[in-house]
Design a protein around this ligand. Structure first.
Ligand SMILES: *Cc1c(COP(=O)(O)O)cnc(C)c1O
Length: 358
């Protein structure tokens, strides 16, 4: 069996949810599980987030998968519905669709459903992706209130720069949201992971926790453990070959790396087809036998090379950690970031699920 393995720790996921609660007090927590729980497997992680007040995904396909797997909480559809016939499924499944466009609003106005549903009106407070002009909040809430298909209207928006601790645009977005929604008397949500950690004034009634639940922090120059988080995903493999390089000898495709002095090199059974970022440069941190060392040369489809000169006891079969326990994913790539590498795991990687306290 090829040793390339990803281990998911449910205890770490529960711990991270508790960390979120410690930041937000009585504010309710939506566990964001879109994109198959950021590549961790939504069904697999569901038991760890059973205590969240609600779940969130991008689309109804993801919501139905979670419901079929036994999810009991309401499930927010962050992009709302794509077609009108999804609304009936929302009503029956207790899915709470976002309403971010005039098209979605009109679908709701025309809908006659077996029972009315709860929706989240999305305002655009500066990200300029989805959502309505906040100045229209009152008028839009009134239109939704008038829909026979609508039971309850909540209001939300999304921040573009909440990961930064100093951010005039975030201050402005929070103010814009507050001003537009203060008089509405509706439950509100603005904060993602960055704002949960950095911007308590953005917590309102519900926070939407994504990345932090998986143990990584979006904050600049910090890593998950600095914020008390534990990695849920640990990506490991083993050395399958060891060799010596003489000064000047290259390793890997394109001879992209050359030894400056005598060097011991380990070849690891992991490549970009497994989800290791192909553009990770020489010098990217990696653990061999729990000791930190560096990637050298180009990442190939099935293999990569590491410097084991300073780890003389490393041999074929030695453990390698690409990221996770002992090496935060945030350290691995500045280019892709933890969001992207979590979502990119390859199909052939073996999966283990554990439930281990530290
Ligand atoms: C993905 C997403 C979140 C969670 O973001 P994190 O930075 O991972 O916490 C929150 N809200 C919306 C609308 C999202 O799309």
């Amino acid at each position: 069996m090829r040793p390339c393995t990803v281990t998911f720790n449910l205890a770490a996921a529960r711990h991270n949810l508790a960390v979120v609660r410690s930041h937000v007090g009585d504010t309710r927590v939506i566990a964001v599980m879109k994109a198959d729980a950021y590549g961790h497997g939504a069904v697999r992680l569901l038991p760890a987030f059973a205590d969240a007040d609600a779940l969130a995904v991008s689309c109804i396909e993801e919501a139905m998968e979670l419901r079929a797997a036994g999810a009991r909480r309401p499930i927010v559809l962050l992009e709302g519905v794509f077609r009108a016939d999804e609304l009936e499924l929302c009503a029956l499944g207790e899915f709470w669709p976002a309403v971010h466009s005039e098209e979605q609003l009109r679908m709701l106005e025309a809908a006659r459903l077996p029972r009315p549903l709860s929706v989240w009106l999305k305002l655009d407070t500066g990200m300029h992706r989805l959502g309505f002009d906040p100045a229209r909040a009152e008028e839009l809430v009134a239109r939704l209130d008038a829909c026979p298909a609508v039971l309850q209207v909540r209001v939300f928006s999304h921040l573009a720069c909440a990961d930064q601790t100093e951010s005039p645009s975030t201050v402005a977005a929070i103010e814009r949201f507050r001003t537009a929604t203060d008089g509405l008397g509706r439950e509100r949500s603005l904060a993602n992971s960055g704002a949960i950690l950095n911007w308590p004034q953005a917590h309102f009634d519900w926070v939407r926790a994504g990345l932090v639940l998986y143990g990584a922090t979006p904050r600049d120059d910090r890593y998950g453990p600095d914020d008390g988080l534990r990695p849920v995903m640990t990506f490991t493999s083993e050395l399958i070959a060891v060799r010596e390089l003489a000064p000047g000898e290259p390793v890997g495709y394109g001879e992209a790396f050359r030894a400056r002095e005598r060097m011991r090199i380990g070849i690891v059974a992991v490549g970009y087809a497994d989800g290791y970022p192909r553009h990770a440069p020489s010098g990217t941190p990696i653990l061999v036998e729990r000791r930190e060392t560096q990637l050298v040369g180009r990442v190939a489809m099935d293999m990569l090379a590491v410097d084991i000169t300073a780890i003389p006891w490393a041999r074929v079969g030695s453990s390698v950690t690409m990221w996770g326990e002992g090496l935060p994913a945030e350290r691995v790539t500045d280019i892709a970031g933890p969001y992207e590498i979590f979502c990119a795991l390859g199909k052939r990687v073996h999966v283990r699920v554990v439930d281990e306290r530290p």
